[in-house]
Design a protein around this ligand. Structure first.
Ligand code: GDP
Length: 307
């Protein structure tokens, strides 16, 4: 948990810088609520989530007759944990569906390739066998990155030049990968997809095709459509989620780079904006290392921000 706390340093500082003043021996008054509102908005919490948090805070202050800022701080932490709780749904691959196919989507630069490495490491540590499909055929560097990484970790990576005669078709690479996993009785396939944003329409058509091809290779697959979002993009992450969800039906999220941003409030923004149908935030990325991917836990996250 202290590693998580460390990872969230920037968000904590951003919020904390403003909150520490607020939470040290101040009277709970309108001015305090206003400053709190500004602090939350600055961390990209968004208007809906900010209003919701403040409302919930006022309710708690009244209900529990809170009269000091220390109590207010822990009430805000509770309110945040409660808001985020619907997002907390761990990914537990049903490996009897061998292979359990996870399709990974997201625009370039969000940390998709890095996340795939971390995920492979995570599942291997749980005793599962993993195969990677280098479906981002447009970015040679991404394939190269995955291959080098796979070699180092004894993980098979199916990529385009596994069969040099073939034209660069991401759907074909992933189709081959799923079949290879079936033949080799691999537990989990992590399928990378293109994230190059020429036009959004083009990207969406392409990844829809990839999804169809996965289903052709294995009828129940993909079992998980995981969207990778970069916390730095703040509110933009919300629109990416909408676009990918309407094209693919997103079943899970990974929020990366929470360590390098002061915009960690975007998770609360997602919780508030999708309250009717909250997405499952499977993992958060808090660093570049292999172990810097953690299952999302609302309580732990809220505590790391405020402690
Ligand atoms: P892709 O284009 O989506 O495949 O993105 P990459 O996986 O190549 O990542 C882009 C950059 O973000 C790289 O420099 C990664 O090391 C970095 N990155 C990815 N995830 C994280 C994270 O959780 N924290 C930090 N600090 N950097 C990350």
């Amino acid at each position: 948990a202290s590693k998580l706390r460390q990872g969230l340093t920037r968000t904590r500082q951003q919020l904390g810088k403003q909150l520490s003043g607020l939470f040290s021996g101040r009277k709970i008054d309108e001015e305090l609520y206003e400053e709190l509102e500004t602090a939350l908005l600055t961390a990209d919490t968004g208007i809906e989530a900010t209003n919701q948090l403040l409302e919930s805070l006022r309710m708690r202050v009244k209900r529990d007759a809170l009269d000091n800022s220390e109590q207010l701080k822990s009430a805000l932490q509770d309110a945040l944990a409660e808001l985020l709780h619907p997002l907390e749904r761990t990914l537990a691959p049903a490996v009897e569906d061998q292979p359990f196919v996870i399709m990974i989507a997201g625009v370039n630069g969000v940390g998709k390739t890095t996340t795939i490495g971390k995920l492979a490491h995570y599942f291997q540590a749980q005793g599962h066998s993993v195969l990677l499909a280098a479906g981002d055929t447009f970015r040679a560097a991404a394939q190269e990155q995955l291959k080098v990484w796979g070699e180092r970790n004894q993980i098979t990576v199916i990529s385009q030049d596994s069969d040099p005669g073939k034209k660069s078709d991401p759907a074909a690479v992933i189709f081959d990968a799923v079949n290879a996993a079936i033949a080799r009785k691999i537990d989990i396939v992590l399928a990378d997809t293109a994230g190059r944003l020429t036009t959004q329409l083009h990207l969406m058509e392409e990844i829809k095709k990839i999804k169809r091809v996965i289903t052709k290779a294995l009828p129940d697959a993909p079992h998980e459509v995981l969207l990778v979002l970069d916390a730095n993009t703040g509110q933009n992450a919300v629109s990416q989620l909408k676009a990918f969800d309407s094209a693919l039906g997103v079943t899970g999220l990974v929020m990366t780079k929470l360590d390098g941003t002061a915009k960690g409030g975007v998770i609360a923004a997602i919780a508030a904006q999708f309250a009717d149908n909250p997405p499952a935030l499977r993992f958060i990325g808090v660093g570049e290392g292999l172990n810097d991917l953690r299952p999302f836990n609302a309580q732990e996250f809220a505590a790391a921000l405020f402690d």
